[in-house]
Design a protein around this ligand. Structure first.
Ligand SMILES: [Zn+2]
Length: 486
């Protein structure tokens, strides 16, 4: 529980919120009490029980990551620079397919407690105080995940995902799909039961969300029912959407519509719909589809996009048109997707990629990306009380060392943050009025033990790889190391 005392942060550069936008407040004061900010301004005359000296610091709202897989990332660590060519650089298919129709994927060898703890600790280190976490598995696994979320101290949007199909590798290593429509609907029922049981737990930090794991692996019926559940319960619906090129062309072939047009026709778009990735839509150069304006359709519905630039760039492709999405009225937010959940780096590479793709240095501004990582994420979740430092907002606060060799002289704090900063400069993280990171030290976790646990989980996946992967070969044969051994 948050302390009932009044805490005062003063002396630094505060990115405060007023009249619909972030503002630059130099040498200001921020006061919070319990879980809420009660005052932000140039000065403060009231009483405070505790003062945090922020001289030389940057004070910003806690970041919001709208799309994340909270674990050590036993899979993605392997595939950078390599991976299967037949899935056209769409990395996740490289590692999640099951070994046979009913076999688990090789990452299922991970240690659930260790890998989850690692993920949450890492989110806090990166200044993320709100996250949308994907995950599946049994009801017991979902309950265990909720306990980890509660123990982390951050805000978590989560429910066990539903899907109508799975990808799997057959004995020859070909990737296949296995469809089981009734299983998808049963998963959605379990999802709703989980939400019923867990929504608003942990002082309201835990929030349910309607989750269809992947548009490409869902029937329209499952998507319709998930959207109806989201609308009925006042929740957000999220899914991985057009992360892969084949999704786009398959929908065009099957329906004569783009995926966005199909979602529009089926009533599956709206302000409470958060599309993960949303890369291959009309207008993206790889689709070669210039016959409709999907971005405008998304904007008309005020849908939200979870943009995770870094992981796509690692695969050699990119989201196109960040600036055009904003202009169209789409809510742009940032997802950190996979470890290391470095949202500062996501902002940076997202901005650089946007400029490069548009051949225009004036788009993809630092402010656009800072807004996406704060206010955009808040809007994607339909909230006006996070992603900002304003009276009445939740006390989700990050304090960074902003007077050092890395940052150097500052002209514009937002540009310095996006283009110069690194997560090691984050000293203090407060969520819901409770301090989770102080003087660079995690308070809810024994960091050394968390790191050791993450390594154990990873090693188990490596050790069991030949037994669990269709190839039956050691991991180094499938994913060669950069260097040959001495
Ligand atoms: Zn994802």
């Amino acid at each position: 529980m948050a302390e009932p005392q009044r805490s005062l942060i003063k002396g630094g550069t505060i990115i405060a919120y007023r009249d619909g936008a972030h503002r630059l407040l130099e040498d200001g004061v921020l006061v919070f009490e319990g879980d809420r900010i009660v005052h932000v301004g140039p000065n403060y005359d009231g009483v405070a029980h505790r003062t945090i000296d922020a001289a030389g610091k940057l004070v910003i709202p806690g970041f919001v990551s709208t799309h994340a897989h909270v674990n050590v990332h036993e899979g993605t660590r392997l595939i950078t620079d390599v991976g299967r060519r037949d899935v056209m650089r769409s990395g996740f298919l490289n590692y999640t397919p099951n070994n046979g129709i009913n076999g688990p994927p090789y990452v299922a060898a991970s240690l659930p407690d260790e890998t989850t703890r690692f993920g949450f600790a890492q989110l806090i280190r990166n200044g993320i105080t709100t996250v949308m976490a994907f995950g599946g598995g049994s009801p017991a696994a979902a309950r265990a995940f909720a306990e980890h979320a509660g123990a982390s101290g951050i805000r978590v949007y989560y429910a066990p995902q539903a899907n109508s199909a799975v990808n799997y590798f057959d004995d020859d290593g070909r990737m296949r799909e296995h469809w089981d429509e009734s299983n998808g609907l049963a998963e959605l029922d379990r999802q709703e039961a989980f939400i019923e049981e867990n929504h608003e737990r942990f002082d309201g930090r835990f929030q349910g969300i309607a989750v269809v794991r992947n548009y490409a692996l869902a029937t329209l019926d499952l998507l319709r029912r998930a959207k109806a559940m989201a609308d009925r319960r006042g929740l957000v619906l999220t899914t991985h959407f057009c992360e892969q090129l084949f999704e786009f062309h398959r929908t065009v072939r099957d329906y004569g519509l783009t995926p966005v047009q199909l979602m529009d026709r089926e009533g599956l778009l709206g302000p409470n719909v958060l599309l993960g990735h949303c890369i291959y839509i009309a207008g993206h150069s790889y689709t070669t589809w210039t016959f409709s304006s999907d971005i405008e359709i998304l904007g008309r519905h005020q849908a939200a996009v979870a943009h995770a630039p870094l992981v796509m760039l690692r695969r050699g492709h990119a989201f196109e048109g960040f600036d055009r999405f904003l202009q169209a009225g789409v809510t742009m937010s940032i997802g950190t997707d996979v470890a290391p959940h470095n949202i500062i780096e996501e902002m940076r590479v997202g901005a650089l990629a946007c400029k490069l793709i548009a051949r225009n240095n004036e788009v993809g501004t630092s402010l656009d990306f800072f807004n996406a990582a704060t206010l955009g994420g808040a809007k994607a979740f339909g909230r006006e009380d996070i992603g900002r430092l304003a009276p009445g907002a939740k006390a989700d606060i990050v304090i960074m060392d902003f007077d050092n060799l890395q940052i150097g002289p500052i002209y514009d704090p937002i540009r310095s943050l996006v283009h110069f900063a690194s997560p090691d400069l984050i000293e203090t993280v407060i969520c819901d009025g409770v301090t989770l990171l102080q003087d660079g030290e995690l308070l809810n976790y024994d960091e050394a033990a968390v790191v050791e646990g993450g390594k154990r989980s990873f090693q188990k996946v490596i050790d069991e790889f030949p037994a669990r992967h269709w190839s039956k070969r050691p991991v180094q044969s499938e994913y060669p190391l950069s260097l040959e051994a001495w």
